[in-house]
Design a protein around this ligand. Structure first.
Ligand SMILES: [Zn+2]
Length: 289
């Protein structure tokens, strides 16, 4: 059932577990996420990126998420969130259509602009009791990895500065903070890490819920330690993509003559559901609905 995100995250922060925020862009992924939440009796955040919105249109994906949450997912609390809104116009559209939370990501802009855009979003969103996530520091992706490898950039310079985080939260009035503590968007098994002393320092200086991006590929132990050190929301996207792709390739290899898209996609939906369930268990949010 759709609920305000505040209800889900506040309870997680108090209970010292994390809520999974899983990216969707279509019917199958939305079903997988919500079926997993129901099976695990877990609260869950279902989120779209700007490109996921562009893929089918905002009303379409919003209605798919809302409808599945209120039917298949009626026994568990579910909140809809915009992940990495770089374009203020899209952020505003999500506020208007009824998202429970939006990520105004101006982290690539200079600090003053990031503060200004985040604050402006807070002013608009809070009138509708919608939460705002903002970001400080850079969470690298594939391109960033190339720059890291060539020494063009240094990971430490990309990470969130704890004292700046405290100033940022105070100046903007945001509700959740996306932090950069060493994780990377995408799947880079073996090299992901979390700078735990930095995470603990941020936690000691700000009291709002912290969001860990780029979680796919981290070890169970790293997740658990990050939660213990103060993370309340963990974003997962790539893990589901990998599960989707692997199950699709396997099933097409086994039964290459099937032509019904529902039968072709069913194993992928099931595989993504298993992946979401696994994450929910690691995050400690099973039976917290
Ligand atoms: Zn992210």
């Amino acid at each position: 059932m759709i609920v305000p995100i505040k209800q889900i995250i506040t309870k997680a922060q108090k209970g010292k577990y994390a809520v999974g925020a899983f990216n969707t862009s279509n019917l199958e992924i939305s079903m997988a996420i919500i079926r997993a939440a129901v099976k695990q009796g877990a609260p869950v955040i279902i989120q779209t990126s700007e490109s996921a919105i562009k893929y089918s249109s905002l009303p379409t994906i919003f209605d798919i998420m809302t409808n599945i949450a209120n039917t298949i997912g009626k026994s568990v609390p579910i909140a809809i969130h915009l992940d990495h809104g770089h374009d203020y116009k899209i952020v505003k559209s999500c506020i208007d259509i009824g998202y429970s939370s939006v990520h105004m990501d101006a982290s690539e802009k200079d600090y003053a602009t990031n503060v200004r855009l985040s604050k402006k979003t807070v002013e608009v969103a809070h009138k509708k009791r919608i939460w705002v996530q903002a970001e400080l520091g850079s969470i690298l992706g594939k391109e960033g990895m190339v720059k890291l490898a060539t020494g063009e950039i240094n990971m430490k310079d990309m990470m969130t500065d704890p004292y700046q985080a405290a100033d940022f939260v105070k100046k903007t009035g945001i509700d959740t903070l996306a932090i950069s503590v060493g994780t990377i968007h995408g799947h880079f098994k073996g090299i992901e890490r979390v700078d735990h002393p930095r995470l603990k320092k941020i936690r000691s200086l700000v009291s709002l819920p912290l969001v860990l991006h780029g979680g796919s590929g981290l070890s169970t132990g790293t997740f658990k330690k990050a939660i213990k050190n103060g993370v309340s929301v963990i974003n997962i996207d790539t893990n589901l993509r990998l599960a989707f792709r692997k199950a699709l390739l396997d099933s097409m290899k086994k039964k290459s003559d099937i032509i019904d898209p529902r039968k072709i996609l069913a194993p992928s939906t099931d595989a993504m559901q298993r992946e979401v369930e696994k994450m929910i268990r690691i995050f400690g949010s099973s039976n917290k609905a």
